[in-house]
Design a protein around this ligand. Structure first.
Ligand code: SF4
Length: 76
């Protein structure tokens, strides 16, 4: 997935996830609940709608467990 500036990003869910399911409800293209934690669906959907829903999920997570980071560059 790319951010609004076109840079590739990586999405992570941290251990603090409390399985509220809010991110799955808001952005089902990007998250699924597996066991006691949400996890990003891979490969991440990369559409304007998916990016917008992802941002909404980040803001809605009650424990701020969703991280959107610059993607690691590919190995040479
Ligand atoms: S919204 Fe946050 S706490 Fe809730 S399932 Fe998603 S990552 Fe976990």
């Amino acid at each position: 997935m790319a951010n609004e500036q076109g840079s590739a990003v990586e999405v992570r869910v941290e251990r603090g996830c409390i399985s509220s399911g809010i991110c799955v409800e808001i952005a089902p293209e990007s998250f699924e609940l597996v066991g006691v934690r949400a996890r990003p669906r891979l490969p991440l959907a990369d559409s304007p709608e998916a990016r917008s829903a992802l941002q909404e999920a980040v803001e809605a997570c009650p424990v701020e467990a969703i991280l959107v980071l610059p993607a690691a560059p590919d190995a040479p």
